[in-house]
Each structure stands twice: as structure tokens, then as C-alpha cells.
Design a protein around this ligand. Structure first.
Ligand code: NAD
Length: 513
């Protein structure tokens, strides 16, 4: 395919790509295992990558530590200037990188381009932030004393990312960490390493132009083994890990055991509440985008729809008209709205979840088929499913990373719906559709939604970078991207300065030698 060949050439992807990058050079060409990366869209081999060894990992950490000694001395606004240049390079490569995201991961081109736009946006945010890494000043209880706090860089930050947002989540972490003065080591998902290599090429240009060691932004290609090395490594001040709750528990435990810092962004089980007072026309698009967008593979995908009994049949009827006509196909085809799942394991998880939920008493209303025939030869395309279910079903309590929407009926007032919405182990994103202020404010109140994200008359997916992103409970509690999420990438220091000639002690303690 000439279009893909052109994209790969523009982004510097070769047939066989190295295992890691550091010090403005790439390492690991031979003697290592290789992994072939096939597109979930058409099954074609895109390229192969070398997988890093533990020795490679060690080299990368050492390069990062060396680079930190240089980078922490660069003034923050100058660090921001490098990020500004990276943002401009991402603008130049938006089309090509967006296509590669789409082709390697399977999300539709609009979403691939949106992901690159998110990277550009976070670069802009980080540039501004580089002049605002401020702490508070406080009044001291002692005369002629001053107190203030400052934020210093942490050191080496490890970033473990998931396949479904192969580049955006990395940029949220990295762009903030580097303006904070940290250096980063990125271990992308082993399912989507090519977009990561493409990003490294883009960054490298900016670093060379500014004579900055590449050790500030490191990339290492590996699987869970490399992730595990990172989690156990005392040299890594912060491990930011995005992925399943299963993975997050392992990383959290390993980092906790050495009293390191972790930022965990794990699975969601997100719901939209539709009350008696919902504007259905507005809600429909949000529901369908949330449930089938990225083929149900967003951490914020809408998995449960909690509908007031008075609107239940109407909503169901609407959805059953829309779902059979969803255009499912190649993600680079501009008419497609639903692309493939990432691989056949994900298809198995989808079909098994549907079987199990039916055994539990759920009713499959539409979808659930694995598509075959022309254009669907990969076996990774499925028809999004809608199931009538109850919240306590085991499958409804789980996050199945596929397009399954559970319809759940509630009666009475909005507090009953909120109880159902909060009645799962995860706590990432939530939404309510209602034009009634009493309902929406109850949802946002402190006995309302227990999620990190709570939206009104907007769906569960599609967050903006300006807010802090993350969730509670088994979602891991981490926050990244906007607001004051930057503070996790820094260490806080409280300073007290005496500008007098006496040495009074705090709390009035008398101690004379
Ligand atoms: P995954 O857990 O299989 O893998 C994620 C990353 O963790 C990969 O890089 C993988 O190599 C690494 N990893 C796996 N086991 C590890 C271990 N023991 N130690 C260290 N690293 C390990 O997840 P996935 O299938 O790539 O992504 C889907 C999941 O990610 C979903 O649960 C989704 O909800 C979640 N997710 C969450 C967010 C969020 O911000 N909350 C964002 C995107 C995805």
C-alpha cells in the first residue's frame, strides 16, 4: 500500500527497528528477539521491532541519569522552548502520525488525528506551565522569618503506556515531566511500538537542533518484563503506568515496596445516567460515540447506560435503529465509524463476555457477531453489542475492552441511578443527561458520582487536556494532564528563612545552650 509506505518513510520506520534509543543513537540491532507488528485493519505486516534486553534497559537508565544532570540545570522556560519546538514538529507530522496511529492501533483516522492534536495541545499547555511551576508562600509564626515552598525535579520518570492511546498518554506525561526538569523513559505497549518510534524520531530532530542529549527523552521497546524492571528499579523516581487494573496492581505493589512514587491510570467501567429529564437527541450521539468509538477500547468508553424506566423503551428503540447501520470497516476509510479490535484475543474476550452475561441472565438485543468476508479477513472486526442486564452481574462489574453496552433500568429518583453507577469497583468517568438542576447538582455533589470525571450533558469519553485526568478506586487514583497534575512529577520542598539576628524556635520552645 503506497499510502502506508509513504507514511512509514516520512516517519523513519524501517523493516526492522531498534530496541531502544539513547544518546542520539539507536541501539539493539542484532541477537535480540524480534516482534512483527501487523495492522489490525488488514493483517498486513507493517514492520518488525527488536525487543530490548535487561542489559539494554540498564544502559537506557544510565543515559537518562546522565542526561538529568544536564537537563535539571536548564531553566524551566528554556525547557518549555524545546517542548514548543516539539509541538511544532508534531504539527508538521500530524497527518502522517495520525495515519500510523490509525493503521497500527485500528482507531478511525479522525481519532488518530485527534490523538496527535492532543499531543500538540499538551505541548502548548506545557510551554505555558514552564513559567508557572509555582509554590505558595506562607507567613511564619516567628519574627523576621519567611516560609515558602518550591518544586524541584524528581529525576528519572518511567512511563508505561497502553495500546489504545499509543501516543497521547505518553505525551501527557512526558511533556509535563520534561518542563518540570525530569528525564523520561517510555516503554510503550508491545502492541503499538511503531508510533512510539515515530515520535522518538520527531523529538530527536528537536533535540539535535538544540544540542540536548537524547537521554532526556528515552524510548525502550519491550513487554511486561521491561515494565516490571522499571517498577522495581530504585533509580526510577516515578513510574506512571497506564493499562489494566491487573497490571496496575503489580506495578503499584512493586513501586510501593520500595516506597517510590507511582501514578496509576487503570481500567474504567463508565456509565451514563439518562433521567426522566434527559434531552434524548443530545444524549444519543454521546452514547453511541462513547460505546462504539475506538471500537469500545477507550478507558472512558461508555459501558453502562442507566435509564429511567419512563424513558427506557424509547431509548432502547432509538439505539436499536442506530446500531445495525453503524459503518464498520477499515479505519482509514473516511466513511467508517467503527474500526477493528486490536487483535484476536480481544475478539475472544468480546465473544466470551457476551456468552457469560447471557448465562447470567442478560439479553443480547443486537450485535455480537464476528464479521467475515471481504474487508473483514483479519477476524478482528465485530458488530457492537447491546445487552439488557443488571448491574450486579459479574460481567457488568468487569471492564471488557470491547464495544458492549449494558442497558440497566432504574426507577425512582436520581439517587437510585447514582447508587447503581457507583456500584462497581472502578471509578474513572461518569455522565448524566438531564436538564433538571436538582438532578445534575445531586450527581456532582459529594454524595453523587464517585468517579474522577463527572460530566453533565456530555458523554463519558473525549476529555480535554486542560483538566486533570484520572479516576478513583480500582482506576488507580492517579491524575495527569491539566490542572495541577504537574506536581506529581516534582518533589516539594518547604523552606524557612531567618533574616533576623535571633534564633527563636517554633511553638515557643525555650532551649538555650
Ligand atoms: P495492559 O495492562 O495489558 O498493558 C499496559 C502496559 O503495561 C503495556 O505497556 C504492558 O507491556 C505493560 N505491562 C503489562 N504487565 C506489566 C507488569 N506486570 N509490569 C509492568 N508493566 C506491565 O493494558 P492494555 O491492554 O495495553 O490497555 C488497555 C487497558 O488500559 C484497559 O484496562 C484501559 O481501561 C486501560 N487504560 C486506562 C487509561 C486511563 O487513563 N485510566 C488510559 C488508557 C487505557
Amino acid at each position: 500500500n503506497a499510502e502506508i509506505a509513504d507514511v512509514l518513510q516520512q516517519l523513519g520506520i524501517k523493516d526492522s527497528n531498534p530496541a531502544y534509543s539513547t544518546g542520539l543513537s539507536w541501539g539493539g540491532q542484532d541477537g535480540r528477539t524480534t516482534r512483527s507488528i501487523h495492522s489490525p485493519a488488514d493483517g498486513n505486516l507493517i514492520a518488525s521491532v527488536q525487543m530490548a534486553t535487561p542489559e539494554d534497559y540498564d544502559k537506557v537508565v544510565q543515559a537518562a541519569q546522565e542526561a538529568f544532570k544536564v537537563w535539571r540545570k536548564v531553566p524551566a522556560p528554556k525547557r518549555g522552548e524545546v517542548v514548543r519546538q516539539i509541538g511544532n514538529k508534531l504539527r508538521e507530522h500530524k497527518e502522517a502520525l495520525g495515519k500510523l496511529v490509525s493503521y497500527e492501533m485500528g482507531k478511525i483516522l479522525q481519532e488518530g488525528l485527534g490523538e496527535v492534536q492532543e499531543m500538540i495541545d499538551i505541548c502548548d499547555f506545557a510551554v505555558g506551565l514552564s513559567r508557572q511551576l509555582h509554590g505558595f508562600t506562607m507567613h511564619s509564626e516567628r519574627p523576621e522569618h519567611r516560609m515558602y515552598e518550591q518544586y524541584h525535579p524528581l529525576g528519572v520518570v518511567g512511563i508505561i503506556s497502553a495500546f489504545n492511546f499509543p501516543v497521547a498518554v505518553w505525551s501527557w506525561n512526558t511533556m509535563l515531566a520534561v518542563v518540570c526538569g525530569d528525564v523520561t523513559i517510555w516503554k510503550p505497549s508491545e502492541k503499538t511500538p511503531l508510533t512510539a518510534i515515530a515520535c522518538q524520531h520527531i523529538i530527536r530532530e528537536a533535540l539535535m537542533e538544540n544540542e540536548i542529549p537524547e537521554g532526556v527523552f528515552n524510548l525502550i521497546i519491550g513487554d511486561a518484563e521491561i515494565g516490571s524492571l522499571m517498577s522495581h528499579d530504585k533509580r526510577i523516581g516515578l513510574v506512571s503506568a497506564t493499562g489494566s487494573t491487573r497490571m496496575g496492581k503489580k506495578v503499584g505493589e512493586a513501586v510501593g515496596a520500595r516506597l517510590g512514587k507511582s501514578l496509576l491510570e487503570l481500567g474504567g467501567n463508565n456509565a451514563i445516567i439518562l433521567t426522566e429529564n434527559a434531552d434524548l437527541k443530545m444524549a444519543m450521539n454521546a452514547i453511541v460515540f462513547g460505546a462504539v468509538g475506538t471500537c469500545g477500547q477507550r478507558c472512558t468508553s461508555t459501558r453502562r447506560l442507566i435509564i429511567h424506566e419512563s424513558r427506557y423503551e424509547q431509548v432502547k428503540e432509538h439505539l436499536l435503529k442506530i446500531y445495525p447501520n453503524l459503518p464498520i470497516g477499515h479505519p482509514l476509510d473516511s466513511t467508517t465509524l467503527v474500526g477493528p479490535l486490536i487483535d484476536k484475543d480481544a475478539v475472544t474476550a468480546f465473544t466470551e463476555a457476551l456468552e457469560k452475561v447471557q448465562q447470567e441472565g442478560g439479553t443480547l438485543l443486537t450485535g455480537g457477531e464476528v464479521l467475515s468476508g471481504e474487508g473483514y479477513e483479519t477476524g478482528t472486526y465485530v458488530k457492537p453489542a447491546i445487552v439488557e442486564a443488571e448491574n450486579h452481574f459479574e460481567m457488568v462489574q468487569e471492564e471488557t475492552f470491547a464495544p458492549i453496552l449494558y442497558l440497566i433500568k432504574y426507577s425512582g429518583d436520581v439517587e437510585n441511578a447514582i447508587e447503581i453507577q457507583n456500584g462497581v469497583r472502578q471509578g474513572l468517568s461518569s455522565a448524566i443527561f438531564s436538564t433538571n438542576l436538582l438532578e445534575t447538582e445531586t450527581f456532582l455533589g459529594h454524595w453523587g458520582s464517585d468517579c474522577g470525571i463527572a460530566n453533565v450533558n456530555i458523554g463519558t469519553s473525549g476529555a480535554e487536556i486542560g483538566g486533570a485526568f484520572g479516576g478513583e478506586k480500582e482506576t488507580g487514583g492517579g491524575r495527569e494532564s491539566g490542572s495541577d497534575a504537574w506536581k506529581v512529577y516534582m518533589r516539594r520542598q518547604t523552606n524557612t528563612i531567618n533574616y533576623g539576628r535571633e534564633l527563636p524556635l517554633a511553638q515557643g520552645i525555650q532551649f538555650k545552650v
